[in-house]
Design a protein around this ligand. Structure first.
Ligand SMILES: [Zn+2]
Length: 55
């Protein structure tokens, strides 16, 4: 199974806006902040990515 490796999207937790960011399954991200690009939102939120392939 490898079809969804690049299908992980970062969404704004406030408005659900899909940010133009993708990450792979092995990504591990913390302490990175981005500003939402939603026109009426523009809130800053933290991107927290934890490994999802638990085995
Ligand atoms: Zn937003």
């Amino acid at each position: 199974m490898h079809s969804n490796d690049w299908d992980n999207k970062v969404k704004c937790p406030y408005c659900g806006y899909e940010m133009p960011l993708t990450y792979e399954k092995d990504a591990n991200c913390k302490g990175v902040f981005v500003r939402c690009k939603g026109r009426k939102c523009k809130k800053i939120f933290e991107i927290i990515i934890e490994k999802t392939n638990v085995k």
